[in-house]
Design a binder for this molecule. Structure first.
Ligand SMILES: [Zn+2]
Length: 443
């Protein structure tokens, strides 16, 4: 059974703990080497027939020569994973255990969804097609980053290399949206959400400095309270929702499949948006995040003794910037919302939103039709992704950068991304392999 082997391969690769650490010195690089060696053993044809290079030691680039090199494509994935301790997991995170039967069978483990599942499915597809003697009509690059989770430099170094050789991909497909059936309750059918852009992401720090003193004689406005006040003000002034072209595409697609008044409002979003957007934002956090810049207070810091006034307190705000906005506009909003000059705002790790890939033209149509054929009954829609991926670097060399993981992910499964009990349906994985095969055949 071919599928049994494909499952074993995924298990073997999930068991290698390629954990990305913020501090690269604490990363266990031998595991990354072991992973690359395991690929060599499991996918011999990919290694003998494709040209293979390493970039920054651990990122991998395979070139599958097609009959022509004029319109190459890139299949992108990463094999580093976020850390996981066994605590709170129903199955150990690096054991790749299987549970359940038939359509409900699951594989458990860190990296199954993010993103070894895709990487392994790509290699399964390519290996099987090499075996069948397929020669793609255009060059296909398989690019596997090693430090996506820590926003490292692997993917940008790959892009540097491709750019230096004049490679201009017509299509780049990376992880991203998936097949979901519980995000949009306006529509009954499953939806394939394809990321055509990603929001910008930045860390803002709010800091209040004050001379300290004994807690027995507190000032009227301690630094801690000033900061708390700033946070409450900010939280009560969320960013306004705006209709972007992608947002309009998404809502119109929903409208085409929704009935009644909702369907009508969605289909005519270009003029119903003033009424519609506030409703959608209230309805679901996921929808709200698709329609506006978000801000989240993620860390609080301050104080050094139970009986001393803090001299410095700070809050960390993680912002995700909508594609029609900028970091400057975001900082301006935060400054206005807080309305307190004694709260200092600094920007750390700034990242602007990505360009928006087109939802017309050859690359998009190819992707859309392959999804529709591989997952019958699924509605394809563009959306803007909230998280940053390696694909953002590829916008330097390609206009057709899309983010789609070809697996069905229900909410209970999506919630395990970067969390405990990460797992994937085996049927999803096997369908994903078929999706990559279909895509490769039509590239
Ligand atoms: Zn990922």
């Amino acid at each position: 059974m071919k599928s049994a082997l494909a499952i074993e391969h995924l298990q073997e690769l999930v068991r290698i703990p390629t954990v990305s650490r913020e501090n690269a010195e604490t990363t266990e690089w031998p595991e990354f080497t072991r992973f690359a060696q395991a690929l060599r053993k499991l996918y011999p044809l990919c290694h003998s027939r494709l040209e293979r290079e390493t970039v920054l030691e651990h990122s991998l680039v395979f070139r599958w020569r097609g009959r022509s090199s004029t319109e190459p494509s890139v299949l992108l994935a990463h094999y580093d994973v976020v850390a996981a301790s066994a605590e709170g997991w129903k199955r150990p995170p690096f054991a790749a255990e299987l549970s359940g039967k038939g359509e409900d069978q699951l594989i458990w483990g860190r990296g199954t969804l993010d993103n070894k599942g895709s990487l392994v499915a790509i290699l399964e597809a390519v290996e099987s097609q090499l075996e069948e003697g397929l020669v793609p009509s255009q060059d296909i690059y398989l690019c596997f980053g090693h430090d996506e989770e820590t926003h490292g430099t692997g993917a940008s170094a790959i892009v540097d290399l491709l750019q230096s050789r004049g490679v201009k991909p017509v299509l780049v497909l990376d992880e991203g949206g998936a097949i979901v059936d519980d995000v949009f309750d306006q529509v009954d059918a499953p939806m394939a959400v394809v990321g055509v852009a990603e929001k910008g992401t930045a860390t803002l720090r709010l800091t209040v400095d004050q001379s300290g003193g004994h807690a027995s004689t507190p000032p009227r406005m301690p630094a801690s309270v000033r900061l708390a006040q700033a946070i409450v003000r900010l939280n009560s002034r969320p960013f306004a929702a705006h209709l972007t072209s992608t947002g309009a595409d998404l809502l119109r697609t929903l409208g085409e499949h929704a009935g009644g008044v909702t369907g009508y409002l969605l289909r005519n979003v270009s003029w119903t948006s003033p009424v519609l957007l506030p409703i959608l934002v209230r309805k679901s956090d996921e929808l709200a995040a698709m329609l506006r810049t978000t801000q989240a207070v993620t860390m609080l810091d301050g104080g050094h003794a139970v009986n001393a006034m803090p001299e410095r307190v700070s809050a960390t705000i993680n912002v995700r910037i909508a594609v029609n906005s900028t970091l400057d506009a975001t900082v301006a909003h935060v400054t206005r919302a807080i309305k307190d000059k004694r709260v200092r705002i600094t920007v750390e790790s700034p990242g602007e939103p990505s360009p928006v890939s087109p939802t017309t033209g050859l690359a998009w149509e190819l992707l859309r039709s392959t999804i529709e054929k591989s997952f019958p009954g699924t509605i394809v829609t563009p959306y803007v992704q909230n998280g940053a991926t390696d694909s953002r670097h590829f916008t330097r060399i390609s206009k057709g950068v899309y983010r789609f993981t070809p697996f069905a992910m229900a909410r209970n499964v999506r919630d395990t991304l970067h969390a405990r009990n990460e797992r994937m349906l085996i049927s999803s994985y096997l369908n994903g392999i078929e999706f990559y095969r279909a895509l490769i055949s039509s590239l």
